[in-house]
Design a protein around this ligand. Structure first.
Ligand code: G3I
Length: 382
């Protein structure tokens, strides 16, 4: 009597496994074609991925952490492996280029939101947050703006219109705006840009005030590179934001870009001290554009050194009271800006050209897993 029941049970189990496997393949294939209705897509794919192991995003959730990356929209739309990794591993995106002024306002007062909208739609479909990058920069500016002599009033009107139009359009949808990007030069003085020449140093304050008017609830950041640790540039950034705070300018945080070299990264202690002094001003600190470039050709050991730096910076963020966002500037070496900009350097990201996870990825994943385990132990002990 027992035997036929066992056989039926075994057959049912096999059919169940076979169906799950088939559905998983079908779901991934639909996902690749973009044909699963977005709202159902995540739950279905996540359910079918049960047992697929943790990801950065799944572990970040337990730490109230945004783990994000800059997105290359062309790659997102053409490369299904890119899409899949992005959706699995990150809970925040930022546009590598598609929300810069030259893309959003290619002609005066003619806005083109099509690319940014597509990125925001992807983010919404995948329950990801979005950082807005960037409202005011001296690069990625269209010719119509840069190559004309504007009066101060004209330039102010252009800037106000740009900021209010963009921030107003995405009101309530952006986790943090990089309002002003890279306004301090490498010699730690205010960078000599057409904004500074045309408007004067007040342009920074104006930008924050206009952004705040357009979305009073938005988190507004100053974002820069080279001022992650303690040095003349981070001192200059500190003084700038301190002065803005003292005048009640609506600024809420500083983005530490963190484009660093594997053989010369700032120490955790310095970055922690820098974050702490910003916290004392009541400001958030976020790691906004991290990559760790390696001198080419790489040698054995470089990837581990790089992994240690990624891990140290994520840990510094997790330990800081005012850091809840860790963003890499891309995630696959296939699309990194580094080799095109720094000759003789590369391999700066956490996945290689073929989307294989590098030691840097594992170092981040393991760190987040350690934090989850220690939280679980803590809760068990309570
Ligand atoms: O899309 C156009 C294409 O249509 C055109 O044919 C081609 C010709 O050069 O240019 C393409 O645009 C390029 C764009 O990247 C997209 O690939 C621009 O030339 C190129 O200048 C641009 O570089 C970007 C750079 O900012 C300047 O905007 C990099 O991808 C991007 O990684 C980099 O990001 C910056 C952050 O915004 C601020 N912090 C530093 C970081 C690294 O430089």
């Amino acid at each position: 009597m027992l035997r036929p029941k066992l056989i039926v049970l075994a057959v049912l189990v096999c059919v169940g496994l076979w169906l799950s496997w088939g559905m998983a393949i079908a779901a991934h294939s639909l996902e690749d074609q973009g044909t699963i209705p977005p709202a159902h897509h995540c739950a279905l794919v996540r359910w079918l991925r049960l047992g697929g192991g943790p990801t950065l995003a799944s572990l970040a959730r337990g730490q109230d952490l945004y783990v994000g990356t800059a997105v290359n929209l062309k790659a997102l739309e053409r490369d299904r492996q890119y899409r899949r990794r992005l959706a699995q591993e990150f809970n925040l995106v930022t546009a590598e280029n598609d929300m810069k002024l030259e893309r959003l306002q290619p002609r005066r007062n003619q806005f083109d939101f099509s690319q940014a909208d597509r990125l925001l739609a992807f983010a919404a479909d995948h329950q990801m947050a979005v950082r807005g990058h960037t409202l005011l920069w001296h690069r990625a500016v269209p010719d119509w703006l840069e190559q004309q002599d504007w009066s101060r009033a004209e330039l102010m009107a252009i800037l106000e219109n740009h900021i209010k139009t963009v921030v107003g359009r995405y009101r309530g949808q952006i986790a943090a705006w990089d309002v002003v990007n890279e306004a301090i030069a490498d010699d730690s003085t205010l960078r000599d840009t057409f904004w500074l020449r045309g408007i004067g140093p007040d342009y920074i304050e104006m930008a924050f005030r206009w952004a705040h008017e357009a979305d009073p609830d938005a988190l507004l950041m100053y974002n820069d590179y080279g001022g992650e640790g303690l040095n003349a540039k981070s001192d200059a950034i500190y003084e700038l934001v301190q002065s803005l705070r003292s005048r009640d300018v609506p600024i809420h945080g500083v983005g530490l870009q963190m484009h660093v070299q594997a053989n010369a990264a700032p120490s955790s202690q310095e970055v922690a001290a820098n974050m702490a002094r910003l916290a004392d001003l009541g400001l958030q600190a976020q790691i906004t554009e991290m990559d760790v470039r390696i001198r080419q050709p790489s040698t054995p050991g470089d990837a581990d050194q790089q992994a240690d730096i990624y891990r140290a910076m994520l840990q510094t963020c997790l330990e800081a009271e005012n850091c809840n966002t860790f963003v890499t500037w891309g995630f696959s070496d296939r699309y990194s800006w580094v080799p095109g900009y720094f000759e003789g350097w590369g391999e700066a990201l956490i996945f290689d050209q073929d989307y294989r996870a590098k030691p840097a990825y594992h170092s981040l994943l393991n760190l987040l897993a350690d934090y989850s385990t220690s939280d679980a132990n803590q809760n068990g002990a309570d």
